[in-house]
Design a protein around this ligand. Sequence first.
Ligand code: FMN
Length: 242
Amino acid sequence: MTKEASIFNEIVNNRRSIRIYDDKIPFDESSVDRSLERAILSPNSSNLQLWEFYRVKTKAKKDELAKYCLGQNAAKTANELIVFVARKDKWKQHAEFVLNEAKKTFPAKLGKREKLVIDYYSKIIPTLYFSDPVDLTGSLKQIVSAVGGAFQPIPREVTATDMRIVVHKSVALAAQTFMLSMKAEGYDSCPMEGFDSRRVKKFLELPRAAEINMIVSVGTAKPEGVYGERIRIPKEEVIFEL
Ligand SMILES: Cc1cc2nc3c(=O)[nH]c(=O)nc-3n(C[C@H](O)[C@H](O)[C@H](O)COP(=O)(O)O)c2cc1C
């Protein structure tokens, strides 16, 4: 094992979901700056980066958000709460941004790869992400996918709901990068999906289309903040080789 793998192994093994933090231990806020900067380097679908991160730091705001986290212990004693938000609604702006940035790196005479990138962001992404209020477009895309799929491999996840899942996957990867980074910085965390999303969105003044992916609390664990031994399904039951 490399030195890096052994450090990474320690980080992964020592990360536990923490339900009680010790607020007497000083907290270095810059660890969150660095960890969020690392989180935005996470792999994400089509590099559209349809995420936002809201840091809740003041006592009054944390107390209010902890209430919307259903009063969970993991939220109540944290030094900070970070809300991971999925912004599928920003696909158009982000696609334009990413394509314009990519174009800056293109040679004067466009090759096959560059043309594919332009097609991807100006045709395929709009086809996948565009939707109408009742998602008739999604049903149409499903039919096209089913017919086309009879003859060749084709993406099957094409409805508006499917695309919500696509975006949430990427946001969750950012949350994982963030939590592992916080562990590397010497802090603990807990991911939470137990919250009232409507109240959280109102609290953050987010538009209807934004969705809360998860809320991550951070701080230093109290020994009693680890609820029991780690339980995992035996690896033979979840890891398969072909
Ligand atoms: C998406 C997600 C949502 C979670 N929601 C909560 C939650 O609302 N409250 C909580 O105490 N733990 C929550 N957890 C933590 C899990 O219970 C925990 O990760 C699991 O029991 C494994 O324990 P470990 O993280 O210590 O390895 C959540 C974890 C994930 C990934």
